[in-house]
Design a protein around this ligand. Structure first.
Ligand code: NDP
Length: 393
């Protein structure tokens, strides 16, 4: 049966990989009904002309005219702005890929969740930001959440969901990023070009910087805690530079089950797209003798403080993960615009968290999505002030 597919964030790295799998599988398997982007009107128009969705949305109104011009007379409905992005999440679909970057994806992804359909979750920031409320919405609607992050996808594949008490811990692997072997002194001086040069994965700019600071693993720790209902103490992180073992689950009898594969995001995306079946892909077959060795190390918490900031935010709960995520988004953007040095990213996040810690409500659970959005906006504002004046750094 043909499955109706929406991709929120189709012009990004995950979006493109998803469309490439859909292209390879052919129109009898997948029918693209909706595609969205933020700024990239040209690329979105190109995708729309190839896949002929019913609806395309550009979140930033600035380039709306350009998209309208490209798609006039094609019969494809064009939506512009945030409201249209929400509508994209509401359009009935069998599978919705949540691949917008950052907390900007929260509202459309929640609309998708409300449909009770299959959701491919790449957009970890929306789960980090709204954790419990997001998972409550999933439970209420009966949506099936299929993790696309390769680590969470790996755990999803090897986790005995019926017998959670038999799981002793989850082990998330991390490539370690480009600065794994740098000294603390060298890390202080790294450039934007160095940070954007990931040794294994080819990804969008924001997640590439998150991988360099190891905040990506911190966000994934929080993501795993909500997705698999495990406390921080039951989730370990190990550095595995080859990125072949995507993550592991340890059981009470000492068995450890891992999912492996070539480092290619098309595998977890294909798993989510085809679930509960599997689909054929052209991903390079894994040849272990060619890989040669698989190494594992403890992460260096002193060099990569983002990890302990994230773990502490998870353990604090309340608005801490929301603040951590928002501050990180602003700090990474500032680093990409060369307004902040590399160590300034974690310094900025820590300063924002410290400011929020003074508030009595810091550890209190957020009760509504509006509260989450309010805290997210406030934390962004504080982070922007810090970047602008370098106050407190
Ligand atoms: P990209 O930056 O490559 O793409 C992001 C997508 O979101 C683009 O379509 C972009 O549109 C759109 N977008 C950006 N800002 C907004 C906004 N404010 N409102 C609406 N749409 C917006 O990101 P990635 O594909 O790398 O990552 C997407 C998500 O998947 C992230 O949460 C990331 O952490 C996660 N992920 C990514 C992996 C990867 O391999 N890339 C691996 C695992 C997880 P436009 O092009 O117009 O800017």
């Amino acid at each position: 049966m043909t499955r109706r597919i929406t991709i929120l964030g189709s012009t990004g790295s995950i979006g493109e990989n998803t469309l490439s799998l859909i292209r390879d599988a052919g129109p009898e398997k997948f029918d693209v009904v909706c595609l969205t982007a933020c700024n990239n009107a040209d690329f979105l128009a190109e995708q729309a002309l190839e896949f002929r969705p019913e609806f395309v949305v550009l979140a930033n109104p600035k380039n709306g005219e350009a998209l309208n011009e490209r798609l006039t007379g094609t019969g494809i409905k064009v939506g512009i702005g945030r409201k249209a992005l929400i509508e994209a999440g509401q359009l009935p679909a069998d599978f919705i890929m949540a691949a917008i970057i950052g907390a900007a994806g929260l509202e459309p992804t929640l609309e998708a969740v409300k449909q009770g359909t299959h959701i491919g979750l790449a957009n970890k920031e929306c789960l980090v930001s709204a954790g419990t409320l997001f998972m409550d919405a999933v439970e209420k609607s009966g949506a099936v959440l299929l993790p696309v992050d390769s680590e969470h996808n790996a755990i999803f594949q090897v986790l005995e969901k019926q017998r959670p008490h038999e799981v002793s811990k989850l082990i998330l692997t991390a490539s370690g990023g480009p600065f794994r072997e740098f000294t603390a002194k060298q890390i202080k001086q790294v450039t934007k070009a160095q940070a954007l040069n990931h040794p294994v994965w080819d990804m969008g700019a924001k997640i590439t910087i998150d991988s360099a600071t190891l905040m990506n693993k911190g966000l994934e720790l929080i993501e795993a805690s909500y997705l698999f209902e495990r406390p921080s103490a039951k989730i370990d992180i190990v550095i595995h530079p080859q990125s072949i073992v995507h993550s592991l689950v340890e059981y009470v009898d000492g068995s450890v089950l891992a999912q492996m594969g070539s480092p290619d995001m098309r595998t977890p995306i294909a798993y989510a797209l085809a679930w509960p079946e599997r689909m054929t892909t052209t991903v390079k077959s894994l040849c272990l003798p060619e890989v040669g060795k698989l190494e594992f190390y403890h992460p260096d918490a002193e060099k990569f403080q983002a990890l302990s900031l994230a773990r502490s935010a998870l353990e604090t709960g309340g608005c801490a993960p929301t603040v951590l995520n928002a501050a990180n988004e602003i700090a990474v953007e500032a680093f990409l615009q060369e307004k902040l040095g590399f160590p300034g990213i974690t310094d900025c996040i820590e300063t924002v968290l410290n400011r929020f810690k003074r508030e009595a409500s810091f550890a209190k659970p957020l009760e509504t999505i509006e509260n989450v959005i309010g805290i997210d906006q406030k934390a962004r504002h504080v982070a922007q002030e810090i970047v602008a004046g370098n106050t407190g750094l």
